[in-house]
Write a protein that binds this ligand. Structure first.
Ligand SMILES: CC(C)(COP(=O)(O)OP(=O)(O)OC[C@H]1O[C@@H](n2cnc3c(N)ncnc32)[C@H](O)[C@@H]1OP(=O)(O)O)[C@@H](O)C(=O)NCCC(=O)NCCS
Length: 153
């Protein structure tokens, strides 16, 4: 029986084998991402895994094609403010250009915000370009303050 879109596109945590399923190529649709060797990938994967629930990268795999088509991450910041509160930082959200507009981006964001809520964060924040503002509003975010950045070359 043919799988429904819902079954076909499930969100799960990143696995080490996802490098072979186009995970790095997908990130390249978001920003500069030079080639990553298997060893570099494994080392970074283990480093991030050791952070447990404090750093989660999720993906959606097109299981028929064996290809990663969407991803996003959330990092949990621990504060002294707000009774030693926690804040979730959403980063690196991208959906493969071939499957945009199918609610996959929203699924990724829901997974990440559910995670942040479940570990006790009082808010989730992210930076985005103006062109993605409406997308994040549709995911339940509202615009706050101004983004600042300093890049180190
Ligand atoms: C932004 C991005 C993640 C959205 O993913 P997507 O899977 O196409 O989005 P969805 O299908 O889940 O969209 C959810 C809703 O937002 C709307 N939406 C999505 N992108 C939008 C945009 N750029 N402008 C206006 N509305 C948008 C959709 O129409 C949909 O509306 P609906 O619920 O009323 O039907 C995807 O376009 C992408 O990967 N872009 C390139 C990388 C990028 O800019 N990432 C964000 C970094 S901050």
């Amino acid at each position: 029986m043919e799988k429904s879109e819902e079954e076909k596109f499930r969100v799960r945590k990143l696995e080490i084998s996802d490098k072979g399923k186009g995970f790095i190529e997908l990130l390249r649709q978001l920003s500069v991402c030079d080639s990553v060797s298997d060893k570099e990938f494994e080392d970074r994967f283990r480093e991030l895994s050791s952070l447990g629930d404090d750093h989660v990268i999720c993906v959606i795999e097109d299981e028929l094609a064996g290809k990663i088509v969407a991803t996003g991450s959330v990092f949990i910041e621990k504060k002294f403010l707000r009774n030693c509160g926690k804040v979730g930082h959403v980063e690196d959200v991208v959906v493969d250009s071939n499957v945009r507009g199918k609610q996959l981006g929203k699924k990724i964001i829901n997974f990440l915000t559910d995670h942040a809520r479940s570990v006790g964060c009082y808010k989730v924040i992210l930076d985005c370009s103006l062109e993605n503002k409406v997308f994040y509003e549709k995911c339940g975010f509202e615009q706050k303050s101004v983004q600042m950045a300093m890049y180190f070359d």
